[in-house]
Design a protein around this ligand. Structure first.
Ligand SMILES: NC(=O)c1ccc[n+]([C@@H]2O[C@H](COP(=O)([O-])OP(=O)(O)OC[C@H]3O[C@@H](n4cnc5c(N)ncnc54)[C@H](O)[C@@H]3O)[C@@H](O)[C@H]2O)c1
Ligand SMILES: O=P(O)(O)OC[C@H](O)CO
Length: 378
């Protein structure tokens, strides 16, 4: 079958606490086969879309998974050779995974689950395209980690604006520490999924469930989204710090003060502070801001080593959401009146010609104040 031998065989059994509407009811336990779920469409054949589609296609062969890509060469290669020639290139994909360039009424009507794995700055485009076909019955799952530049909106707000409150409110948001390159190798991974409709989060949990892929549910959509977007900005700062040759103490300080900043912004936008101690909060921040596998950390690191932003982005080969999100977050913090030294420092380096060394030194040399200022007194 051409499968990577490092990837264990999946169990299809899914155990959930749920009533028939997907909500929790007492302690009733339902054992289900994943095949009880119907067909799945994944939009976006980049790193994460490919890895999630492969994961889902491997769970149960009776559950058809199709990945939508704009590039016919990508579609042809996945269908004929079970390889994505652009992303995760060396990974043999599950042979049952099908790919298509077609995104129309029938491709959406024939599935019950639609996963959106498109960078945040292009989300509006795909939401407009799918709007005529998406119904209240679809389980929609978003994996973006960013803030839109033009509007300063989180993905959840864009979804509700374009699809309207009824369908928008039913959307779910998957986030947390999850490098695509590890998920696709069946490395143990825990993430969280949030929805304003709790039953939907539980349904999404059930869709992904596998021995190596655990999904915790949350109802704090704003907290999960703020955390996912802004950890990328902090990862840029932490990477720059490392690229400049500063050691672990400095990086730990940037990450921790970055978390305080994320919390200040989140709380101001109505998030539950507890969410930031979870998988989508400190979990993803810890992963991204400490690892050379992170694209955002890598961008920061290379800037710290003296490369230009243009060169780094032209040679990265994939999206680093934090770059555009920094611009959006900088404007957002000014608008909502939240103190954001880490975001400001990264913004200065990326967009205002500030020398990276001066920016990191200034950040580390700030006058300290109450550590939880702006969070507990918000
Ligand atoms: N890569 C990861 O490990 C990872 C993990 C969790 C979440 N995410 C998030 O998932 C999202 C996607 O990231 P990625 O790593 O897959 O990015 P990527 O750069 O690897 O791929 C992005 C894909 O989106 C496609 N795309 C862009 N605009 C499109 C449009 N208008 N219509 C259709 N397709 C379009 C591109 O062609 C490309 O295939 C990001 O928000 C990212 O933060 C990524
Ligand atoms: O490679 P990054 O920096 O985009 O991070 C990928 C994921 O968000 C990690 O959870």
């Amino acid at each position: 079958m051409g499968q990577d031998s490092s990837r264990p065989v999946q169990s299809n059994t899914v155990t959930v606490l749920a009533d028939d509407q997907g909500g929790i009811k007492g302690s009733r336990i339902i054992e289900r086969k994943a095949k009880a779920l119907t067909n799945i469409l994944v939009l976006g054949a980049g790193n994460f879309g490919t890895c999630l589609a492969d994961h889902l296609a491997s769970l149960d062969t009776s559950c058809h998974v199709t990945i939508y890509a704009r590039d016919p060469a990508v579609v042809e290669s996945i269908n004929s050779h079970h390889l994505n020639p652009k992303y995760l290139k060396d990974i043999p994909l599950t042979p049952e995974l099908r790919a298509t360039t077609v995104l129309d009424a029938s491709s959406v009507a024939s599935v019950s689950v639609v996963i959106f794995s498109i960078p945040t700055q292009h989300l509006r485009d795909i939401l407009e395209k799918t709007k005529p076909f998406i119904t209240q019955n679809h389980l929609t799952i978003f994996v973006n980690k960013g803030i839109e530049i033009e509007s300063g909106m989180l993905p959840c707000d864009i979804v509700e604006e374009i699809w309207g409150p009824e369908i928008g409110r039913a959307a779910t948001y998957l986030s947390g520490p999850s490098f695509a390159a590890e998920v696709v190798k069946r490395q143990p991974t825990c993430v969280s999924v949030a929805s304003r409709m709790h039953g939907r989060a539980l349904r999404a949990q059930r869709v992904f469930h596998a021995p190596h892929f655990r999904v915790y549910d949350s109802s704090d959509v704003v907290g999960v989204e703020v955390a996912g977007a802004l950890k990328n900005v902090v990862a840029l700062a932490a990477g720059a710090c490392a690229g400049l040759g500063f050691q672990q103490n400095a990086r730990a300080a940037i990450i921790t003060r970055g978390l305080a900043e994320i919390m200040r912004i989140g709380v101001k936008l109505g998030a539950d502070p507890l969410t930031f101690s979870g998988l989508s909060g400190v979990g993803d921040l810890f992963l991204t801001a400490q690892s050379e596998k992170s694209r955002n950390y890598t961008v920061g690191y290379r800037l710290g080593r003296g490369e230009s932003l243009e060169h780094v982005l032209a040679t990265l080969g994939s999206v680093a959401e934090g770059v555009e999100t920094t611009k959006a977050a900088y404007a957002l913090c000014k608008k909502i009146g939240v103190e954001s030294p880490v975001t400001n420092a990264v913004y200065g380096v990326l967009f205002a010609g500030v020398d990276v060394k001066d920016a990191v030194k200034a950040l580390m040399g700030r006058d300290p104040h109450g550590e939880f200022h702006g969070i507990v007194d918000a």
